[in-house]
Design a binder for this molecule. Structure first.
Ligand code: FAD
Length: 481
């Protein structure tokens, strides 16, 4: 599965009181499919309400797309979710609640390499691309925020759990974020720089889900990750849920919603029954699960139409973070229209002395690297980069690669709506019989832990309206009411 990547699975002592599940009359038995952040969030909130919950997980590990990778010197990298921002209230609240130590990361001051020309992010006076007059002398974030404002949006509103309203849904459903920005004055050169900064997929993405993505990138410069690996967050949830309530290494193969109880069967033939199911199985693989009675046509269409990216991450540890002396660092440290796409410096204030970076390849760039044998993928990417920016990384001491499309439990990295896919929102909100849906891909915060937590709580509240988040998230929508 991994080229030289061993997943970290630190076992923690539970830091918060364990959830109890003494079954009481009128309370439910709930089967949660998937032990990623969405499933664990749903499970814990229902256990806290006294329901009986069993989490059934495909893999022999907890955490789904939070997958930490130990490096030399006690450092950690991330094959999946790499960083969090202070405009993610649920994520912050869960990290606080479980008392996880955090590392501070740097926001990006990248060196861009676009159209054969290079320039540093900090050097606003020297932009060798045909930007408009109003795109000059300001940062990429400032220009982006101005265009968003002209489109009647802002980085706060689009992160609200109540967004989009009917008007925004209609206006943005059929437009890419790139076209939305162009309609409000953005130049092609600006859009290219934006792709270099946020990844090739971002500008071509449907505006409804891309707006929150950019709002995270340009709405908060405060970045962090969990010291010792982001995977410690789902591990902390699992410890509180209680390992006796979690079944590992049992892929769900069948769901039968016909009888008095809903029944779930796994690959080994074990059967579980309950009053409700919360499925966080990614739509990319949910079609492999046999369902009786069959899925409605709307659900089937949603599973088939959702787009899944094939992200490849290449992790590199360097002798030291030499790029700091060159004024390039952070998320991202370098980005371009070259096959290496983006390299991100996650070293921040992590100890150990080594530099800690990963390349983040999507779409065509991911496909190109996937054509190489696993053992040579990391070297191919790093060599391409060293030719373009020979001095930025310095000496490399270790590389590894991770291909998301090769993981049988997801076969992709992020699920996104296609253009005109706004109808999916209603579909994922609507349970099918006794099956409720969660997973970051059932929110507009797809590709973010915040979306996963939000979706887990939403599904839990469909089962029990009083299910609550852990800790004390300063959630916009709660503040308003
Ligand atoms: C490359 C990459 C970079 C990312 N970067 C960031 C970032 O910087 N910041 C951020 O906040 N987020 C980031 N994310 C997103 C973040 O990792 C996800 O939002 C979050 O982990 C998703 O949680 P989930 O529970 O919705 O899904 P998952 O974590 O995918 O959980 C789904 C679970 O279902 C299980 N499953 C699948 N099939 C079955 C079956 N048949 N039976 C039982 N179980 C099954 C899977 O094994 C898995 O454990 C990134 C993700 C990737 C891939």
């Amino acid at each position: 599965m991994l080229a030289g990547v061993a997943a970290a699975a630190p076992l923690l002592a539970a830091t918060v009181p364990a959830a109890k599940a003494d079954i009481r009359p009128g309370q439910k038995e709930v089967l949660v499919l998937g032990a990623g952040m969405a499933g664990l969030t749903a499970a814990l909130s229902l256990l806290r309400r006294g329901h009986k919950v069993t989490v059934i997980e495909f893999q022999n590990r907890i955490g789904g797309r939070l997958l930490s990778v130990p490096l030399m010197g006690g450092q950690f990298s991330e094959a999946g979710g790499g960083h969090f921002r202070s405009n993610m209230p649920y994520t912050l609240s869960y990290i606080r609640r479980f008392k996880l130590p955090i590392l501070a990361l740097n926001d990006g001051l990248p060196r861009y390499f676009v159209d054969g020309k290079t320039a540093d992010g900090w050097n606003l006076a020297d932009r060798p691309w045909p930007l408009t007059r109003e795109e000059r002398n300001v940062t990429l974030a400032s220009s982006f925020n101005r265009y968003l404002f002209r489109a009647g949006l802002d980085t706060d509103t689009v992160l609200d759990a109540t967004w989009p309203d009917a008007g925004a849904l209609e206006a943005l459903d059929d437009v890419t974020i790139g076209d939305l920005l162009r309609n409000h004055g953005a130049s092609e050169a600006f859009c290219q720089l934006l792709s270099a900064h946020a990844g090739t997929f971002s500008v071509q993405a449907q505006a409804l889900a891309a707006a929150p993505r950019f709002a995270y990138h340009f709405g908060s410069p405060a970045l962090f990750r969990v010291q010792g690996g982001n995977n410690r967050l789902p591990m902390a949830l699992a410890n509180t849920i209680g390992i006796e309530n979690i079944v590992l290494g049992e892929p769900v193969t069948e769901i039968d919603d016909n009888g008095p109880k809903i029944r779930v069967v796994t690959a080994s033939g074990k059967a579980y029954s309950g009053d409700a199911v919360i499925s966080t199985i990614p739509f990319s693989v949910l079609g492999d699960v046999k369902v009786n009675p069959g899925w409605s046509s709307g659900k089937l269409k949603m599973f088939q139409k959702m787009l899944w990216d094939k992200t490849v991450k290449v992790i590199a540890q360097t002798k030291s973070p030499v790029w700091l002396e060159q004024g390039a660092y952070g998320w991202p440290m370098a980005g371009g229209d070259r096959p290496w796409e983006r390299v991100i410096d996650i070293t921040g204030n992590e100890g150990g002395g080594y530099g800690n970076v990963f390349f983040y390849l999507n779409d065509k760039n991911a496909e190109a690297v996937l054509a190489h044998p696993r053992q040579s993928r990391a070297d191919v990417v790093v060599k391409q980069f060293q030719q373009d920016m020979p001095s930025l990384l310095g000496d490399i001491v270790m590389t590894k690669s991770f291909a998301w499309s090769e993981q049988p439990w997801i076969k992709g990295s992020f699920g996104a709506m296609p253009l005109g896919g706004g109808w999916m929102i209603k579909e994922w909100l609507q349970p099918e019989g006794r099956i409720h849906f969660a997973g970051d891909f059932t929110t507009l915060k797809t590709g973010w832990v915040e979306g996963a937590i939000e979706s887990g709580l939403r599904a839990a509240r469909q089962v029990d309206p009083d299910a609550k988040a852990e800790g004390n998230p300063a959630i916009r929508q709660e503040k308003k009411s």
